[in-house]
Design a protein around this ligand. Structure first.
Ligand code: GLU
Ligand code: ZN
Length: 295
């Protein structure tokens, strides 16, 4: 079997249905993979059962299928990957790289989201505590294929961050790094709301000896009031009978060419057409895009 030089993925969180913003991210990652004959994998990021909307997993996958997307191989669910996450955390705990934190939200309020290291040397027990990873006083930088150079000083701008929550749930930052490596992902294409998560992920990759994938962050679609779609309110599923027009609209959001005749095409025909013309240089170099301004 040949080993593909491009492996992409779509990694939805079932805390809501697929909305227009997630369609744009899925489309970008799909076109980027298929335009070079790469694989496109599906990973359900179901790390947080209390926040999961019942039926959202099936609804997301159904919508993607109706919109013409085809993924390779079996879907991975992060809820089945807990052993892998726990193993890494235990290793870091035993090395003293990770530690237990018992700080309350209220205690951390004055620090504006940067953890000040209060529990670093406290030696708290690991049960019923959050687990944080020590970060160095260093800047982490990468070259995004659309957004250009992005950097963040982990010590000053983030602080030691949570990899397992107090309630025992594993953190997105940890799971995404472990699973992208495990699935052999070469290219991460996702929304720009995750740009400032990337330096944390680069750091965890460094600790694990993983070569970082290439990154491409597409503009986050916002509501006219500036809020991110889907997160602030519960969006309904994307309408099944609007697949072609919404795919065309997502293509316009990505700055890609659109032919008026495509209106009469099936979703798969639209995707096939767009795969041949996919051009990363046309993607708007912006971190957000107002939904009302996409035609
Ligand atoms: N599960 C994340 C989300 O839905 C995406 C994670 C990623 O693409 O790295 O926002
Ligand atoms: Zn603490």
């Amino acid at each position: 079997m040949k080993s593909p030089s491009y492996i992409g993925r779509f990694a939805p969180t079932p805390s809501g249905y697929l909305h227009f913003g997630s369609l744009v991210a899925a489309l970008a990652s799909y076109l980027d993979a298929r335009s070079v004959g790469g694989l496109w994998l599906m990973r359900m990021e179901d790390l947080d059962p209390p926040r999961e909307v019942p039926g959202a997993q099936t609804a997301i996958l159904d919508t993607l299928e109706r919109y013409g997307f085809e993924w390779d191989g079996e879907r991975v669910n992060q809820s089945q990957r807990h052993d892998a996450y726990a193993q890494v955390i235990n290793h870091w705990l035993s090395q003293g790289l990770a530690y237990a934190c018992t700080c309350s939200r209220k205690q951390l309020e004055p620090f504006g989201g940067v953890y000040p290291g209060l529990c670093r040397d406290a030696g708290h027990g690991w049960e019923n505590a959050a687990i944080r990873i020590r970060v160095p006083q260093l800047q982490y930088a990468f070259e995004d294929r659309v957004q250009g150079n992005f950097q963040q000083h982990l010590g000053r701008e983030v602080g030691d961050f949570v990899i397992r929550r107090r309630d025992g749930l594993f953190a997105y930052q940890l799971a995404v790094v472990i699973d992208d490596a495990w699935q052999g992902i070469t290219d991460v294409v996702r929304g720009a709301d995750l740009l400032d998560s990337t330096p944390r992920q680069l750091y965890l990759q460094e600790l694990l000896g993983i070569a970082p994938p290439r990154y491409l962050h597409v503009p986050l679609i916002t509501q006219p009031d500036g809020n991110k779609l889907g997160k602030s309110y519960r969006s309904p599923p994307l309408p099944a009978d609007q697949a072609t027009p919404l795919l065309l609209r997502a293509l316009r959001a990505l700055g890609q060419p659109v032919d008026t005749q495509l209106r009469y095409g099936t979703p798969k025909e639209v995707l096939e057409w767009a795969i041949k013309r996919w051009d990363v240089a046309l993607i708007p170099r912006a971190s957000t895009l107002d939904e009302a301004r996409i035609h």
